[in-house]
Design a protein around this ligand. Structure first.
Ligand code: RAT
Ligand code: ZN
Length: 424
């Protein structure tokens, strides 16, 4: 039965978005049996690199990043808490996220008393396994995609030579290959040596094929360095094997593998690494790169599927137009510096206006398990608000709507469109 009024539509949309279980298409999470790689709890939340960067804007000159990172995690967390939550109000998006998370976990009273110690005591009573269940339930997660880097020894030991069991119902893998596009030959060589593979282009292909067999990824993922230009055929034909560079690794390794193994490539554009190295993970910046690099890929590789997200706000409109032209392109999420309510709202509006429901509205990028709770709560509030407006406009245009129809669309925007694209 059709919804009869503007109010009925708003309330249905709000409720359906709140209740939908999401596919989180990009995170940096690990399951409990990957030991220390699984980050969770208050000290990890407080030392998230978004917060560490914010802390250093006003940190005393005596606390240099070197000194800070040399401290124990808990001591780092104490500094951030005191500076960003006690000496000033935690109104930034990353700070508010910690508060939303604790409140949703039922720790409101401890937050009210600013009782960091009490919060720590609560976390000490949780087990990693039980906590994963709790967070997935609270955040309403179907499954997450993880980031698995075949060039990082601390990760690969969990897969090779012996593969640990992976909770593949809730954690789907993604093979992260930034090193190919940055042309980081040193770390590629180490990975080749580890598996006794020769140092050639063919060798790099073999290495990645081994990793495809080992971790069974759903896609390749790579951040695209701003200097990477789509190589011309002329450049490619004059390539000499002695100069293995990122353009070659893209054209001779990554794209052919994607096609042969039917693995989409998820690209991330517009980050520059790092603009302040002392801040480590928090030291990267944003730059506006050419969306036409992606257009050339979509056009020249029609058999390869591309997922894409851009970091620069100004590129979002051009990206939508591109996604409107290519069935082998799927936009996902509002990434990092775009994952702020004001920008998520703006981006979601243009996306719906140009693409309908053919995109994935958000990903969490969670590094700390608990962040799933706030990232999804905050995003859903904004995206839900935008969708309410869109459906009300449609209603006033003369289209009747049922709750089931809206539910179908909402499911697409929070994971269904991604699954349809992957199966295509
Ligand atoms: O948002 C982040 O946590 C960044 O540090 C990056 O990890 C980014 O999401 C990426 O995957 O490169
Ligand atoms: Zn990420």
């Amino acid at each position: 039965t059709p919804l009869k009024s503007e109010e009925a539509i708003r309330s249905a949309v709000k409720n359906l978005v709140e209740e939908v279980h999401v596919v989180d298409v990009h995170t940096h999470l690990f399951p409990p049996n990957h030991g220390k790689l699984m980050l969770w709890g208050i000290d990890e939340l407080l030392t998230y690199h978004y917060l560490v960067a914010e802390y250093f804007i006003t940190a005393p000159a005596t606390i240099t990043p070197e000194k800070f990172f040399a401290l124990e995690k808990q001591a780092q967390a104490d500094l951030v808490w005191d500076s960003l939550f006690i000496q000033r109000s935690p109104i930034s998006e990353a700070c508010r996220g910690v508060i939303t998370t604790l409140t949703e976990l039922g720790l409101g009273e401890l937050v009210e008393r600013r009782d960091l110690d009490g919060v720590r005591k609560w976390f000490a009573k949780q087990t990693p396994e039980g906590y994963v269940d709790k967070v997935f339930e609270l955040a309403k997660i179907k499954y997450v995609l993880t980031t698995n880097i075949p060039f990082e020894k601390k990760e690969t030991v969990h897969w090779y030579p012996k593969t640990k069991e992976f909770d593949t119902n809730r954690f789907h893998t993604g093979l992260r290959v930034d090193q190919l596009l940055t042309g980081n030959w040193e770390s590629i060589k180490e990975a080749l040596d580890e598996m006794g593979i020769e140092h050639t282009i063919e060798g790099v292909k073999k290495l990645l094929e081994k990793w495809i067999t080992i971790i069974k990824p759903k896609y390749f993922m790579a951040a695209v360095p701003p200097t990477l230009e789509f190589p011309s055929d002329e450049e490619m034909s004059t390539y000499a094997p002695s100069t293995i560079n990122s353009a070659t690794l893209l054209r001779r390794v990554l794209l052919p593998l994607a096609e042969q193994h039917h693995l989409p490539i998820a690209f991330k554009f517009d980050s520059v690494r790092p603009i302040n190295p002392a801040l480590r993970e928090g030291g990267d910046g944003v730059v506006t790169t050419k969306v036409s690099t992606l257009q050339k890929l979509c056009l020249n590789y029609p058999k390869v599927k591309f997922l894409a997200t851009f970091l620069a706000r100004v590129n979002q409109h051009e990206l939508c137009v591109l996604a409107n032209k290519f069935g082998n392109l799927h936009i996902y999420g509002c990434w990092w510096y775009c994952n702020n309510p004001s920008i998520v709202e703006e981006i979601t509006r243009i996306r719906v206006e140009l693409l309908g429901t053919a995109f994935t509205s958000q990903h969490s990028d969670a590094r700390v398990l608990d962040q799933l709770i706030y990232k999804w709560k905050h995003s859903k509030a904004v995206i839900g608000g935008v969708l309410q407006d869109m459906y009300v406009k449609l209603f006033h245009a003369g289209w009747s709507l049922t709750r089931e129809e809206i539910q179908r669309d909402v499911e697409r925007l929070f994971g269904g469109a991604y699954e349809e694209f992957m199966e295509k």
